[in-house]
Write a protein of this length. Sequence first.
Length: 142
Amino acid sequence: MASSIHVDIVSAEGEIYSGSAAMVFVPAAAGELGIAPRHAPLLTTLKAGEVRVQPAGGGEEQLFWVGGGAIEIQPHLVTVLADTAARAKDLDEAAAQAAKQRAEEALKDRSGEMDLAEAQAELLRAVAQLRAIEKLRKMKRA
């Protein structure tokens, strides 16, 4: 029985991560999904949020942020195809705060440049980034 599963996280910008994992957690459209080795095949969409990779053999959990996309799961391989992706440590908190502020203002002022759906999507992405940044902070303190 395999004790690890190979994980690839890629976006339009390129490969973000490739390695073996004991467990992977992703923000699937229907809710958080935990993926262990020998998981049943699955293809589903992702919403904006964090991807957590627990390395095989122990070690520090790796955090990534994705802005949506799709995931393909096979018994020994997980492929995350993200619209946009970044390592959580590379996220810019000030930029995320500014994006959140812009989206909130656009939702209040419906006569602005951003339409409602675009403003809601921007707000979700910014909040997901801020959550990933906060979780990374907590991990560093522990």
